[in-house]
Design a protein around this ligand. Structure first.
Ligand code: SF4
Length: 230
């Protein structure tokens, strides 16, 4: 049976991939660095996260065991470049404590997807986007990560009714219509982030947009899609 949504999602993916190339996500070495990066990148740019990761590596603390033994103030100081550093240090400490209580990272990453997701969401400060980033990029599970870029782009393309659609509704748009392929989901999310940063910003840069032919909004210089002047 024809699946128009699947066709549109695959067409969008192929267009973004052709335009931007593979994004090589998730940047970082090993699953624990992905876990830490997923927390540190909350509400900040990846450039800031990179410096925090450099600090953690230089201090020899980029492992669950080492981080679990780090005094909270030292952890906060090391991740200061990532912003909200005290709050994020508390989140990392809670996450690492749970990992250690659960038998270590390898054991945690072997948990069934639903159980792992529920456990991550039970850690204070870990929301769906962070949990799904860990599930997808650290544990290789076929879950789709939804962020503000995803919502904005899909809404403009007419694939979502509005940017405030509930998280599960947005993620199901992908998982209900695309094969459960972590490689595809990981690349797709990374491409949406790239497109959202480069083109489909709050004030979209429509002229020359690679997706313009699939977008219901004109790509001319008078594109007035987003009334938000920021
Ligand atoms: S044409 Fe404009 S609104 Fe449409 S996807 Fe491209 S940048 Fe976004």
């Amino acid at each position: 049976m024809a699946d128009r949504t699947r066709d549109r999602l695959l067409e969008l993916y192929q267009t973004l991939l052709a335009a931007y190339g593979p994004q090589g996500w998730w940047p970082g070495e090993g699953p624990f660095e992905v876990v830490v990066g997923a927390v540190l990148t909350q509400a900040t740019s990846w450039r800031n996260v990179e410096q925090a990761l450099v600090n953690l590596k230089a201090a020899g603390t980029l492992s669950p065991e080492a981080m679990a033994n780090l005094p909270p103030d030292e952890l906060a100081a090391l991740i200061r470049p990532a912003g909200f550093f005290r709050q994020k240090a508390r989140r990392l400490a809670e996450l690492v404590a749970w990992i250690e209580r659960s038998g270590g990272l390898s054991s945690v990453l072997r948990l069934p997807t639903a159980e792992l997701r529920a456990s991550l969401l039970a850690v204070p400060g870990i929301g769906p986007e962070t949990a799904d980033s860990i599930l997808l990029y650290a544990a290789g599970r076929p879950v789709f990560v939804v962020d503000a870029y995803t919502r904005r782009i899909l809404t403009r393309l007419g694939l979502l009714p509005h940017e405030h659609a509930p998280y599960p509704e947005v993620t199901r748009l992908f998982t209900d219509h695309l094969p459960p392929d972590p490689g595809l989901y990981g690349e797709y999310h990374a491409l949406l982030v790239r497109h959202g940063k480069e083109r489909c910003r709050k004030r979209p840069r429509c002229p020359g947009c690679p997706v313009a032919a699939q977008c219901p909004f004109p790509s001319g210089s008078t594109c007035t899609l987003d009334p938000d002047p920021r």
